[in-house]
Design a protein around this ligand. Structure first.
Ligand code: HEM
Length: 376
């Protein structure tokens, strides 16, 4: 089966059975994200680049969700896998990958990084296959992670010739989740810390709100975002102002469509431009500025905006939207409560422009994390 059609089929599986993955118990996701936040923390006052600890933490949350395993961030196997996932994600969002999707027969002959990628993919798939096997061997336990839930579906659909549930599809589906869900969330958090350093007043307001509302001892859970309107607005504004994709995922039109007078024939490739919505000057008061007030009313209450579409919209909206929102909220609040992030001595400012690519990363930067008195 071709790469693209195989991917669609596995994601369809996820949507068909709502209990899979994102309907897993909220507790396990929250616990995972909070533990991940702890891994990002550093008590070093020395300048450090936060991307690696953030990526490790996000990757570990995914490991927990998919396989029910958590690694020590020193673990060599874990670091090898994070590296492989990073390489595959970067390839998956590159122009070479788009070319490969469009002309697979041609790309098989062309030299380029995609040949190396296949080795990484094979290793990740065989890792997933081993984990699936281990899960099968101890099937007496309660269903806890994506593999457990999916294996249950394979069993239930045994004998149905139309069923697409299989070990192979499961392994590819998990790889897709790692690719779609690691770099995106990690990049958003990378932007969030940069912006907090660039706008220390906003950082202090977030800290004050968390301290005033939550106190310093209470653990924060995802529902608390309702009690923290300013913090919630800041996170939404990070996702809007520093949107992580250069352009949306390409889609293929499956039938002739008429849209606002335009005829779009079946088979047309559509590349959505979500920046046109997220930075629309007719919709946002100060589209180019980082301004949390886009999501606050005059009384300081959080307001949802229909123009806020970083996860897309419609039938193929981001599958991990809820998980990403939860992860970013929990990591962000955990870190801002523990540390004041600031520029290293002698550094005047950070570059707020993105590096151009399919995913829009900040330029590499270093910051200091100074423990907050009440939580150190
Ligand atoms: C800040 C974080 C994230 C952003 C901004 C984001 C954004 C998006 C966007 C714009 C799409 C395309 C939607 C469309 O075509 O209409 C998408 C698709 C997808 N996302 Fe995310 N995403 C994020 C995190 C995640 C996470 C954490 C996961 C999984 C754990 C995930 C899994 C997926 C999958 C599987 C698809 C393909 C869905 C399909 O084709 O039906 N994403 N995402």
């Amino acid at each position: 089966m071709r790469w693209r059609s195989a991917k669609m089929k596995q994601q369809e599986d996820m949507r068909v059975d709502k209990r899979l993955g994102f309907e897993l118990s909220r507790n396990s996701r929250e616990k995972g994200a909070a533990e991940g936040g702890r891994e990002v923390q550093t008590t070093r006052r020395q300048p450090f680049e936060p991307l690696l600890p953030i990526t490790n933490a996000v990757c570990n949350v995914m490991n927990g969700m998919a396989f029910g395993i958590r690694y020590s961030t020193e673990d060599e196997e874990f670091l090898r896998r994070v590296d492989a996932i990073d390489v595959v994600s970067k390839f998956g969002t590159s122009l070479t990958a788009l070319l490969f999707e469009s002309f697979p027969w041609l790309m098989n002959y062309a030299p380029g990084p995609h040949h190396k990628i296949f080795d990484f993919v094979k290793k990740e798939i065989s890792f997933a296959m081993e984990e699936i096997q281990k899960h099968k061997e101890k099937r007496d336990c309660e269903s806890q992670d994506i593999v457990d839930h999916y294996l249950l579906q394979i069993e239930k659909n045994k004998g149905d010739p139309r069923s697409t549930y299989s070990d192979d599809n499961l392994a590819h589906l998990i790889l897709d989740l790692f690719i779609a869900g690691t770099e995106t969330s990690a990049t958003s958090l990378h932007w969030a810390l940069l912006l907090m350093v660039a706008y220390p007043d906003i950082q202090d307001k977030v800290y004050k709100e968390i301290e005033d509302i939550m106190g310093s001892s209470e653990a924060i859970c995802y529902q608390d975002q309702k009690k923290l309107p300013y913090t919630n607005a800041v996170i939404h504004e990070v996702l809007r102002a520093k949107y992580v994709f250069f352009f949306g995922l390409p889609r293929e039109c499956v039938k002739d469509v008429k849209l606002r007078g335009f005829h779009i024939p079946k088979g047309t490739f559509i590349v959505p431009d979500l920046h046109s919505v997220l930075l629309d000057p007719e919709r946002w008061e100060t589209p180019e500025e980082f301004n949390p007030h886009h999501f606050l009313d005059k009384e300081g209450n959080f307001i949802s905006r229909e123009e806020f579409l970083p996860f897309g919209i419609g039938a193929r909206v981001c599958l991990g939207e809820q998980m990403a929102k939860m992860e970013i909220f929990l990591f962000f609040t955990y870190l801002l409560r523990k540390f004041k992030f600031q520029l290293p001595e002698g550094v005047k400012e950070l570059n707020k422009e993105p590096l151009l690519g399919f995913t829009l990363h900040p330029h590499p930067y270093k910051i200091c994390a100074v423990p907050r008195c009440s939580s150190s």
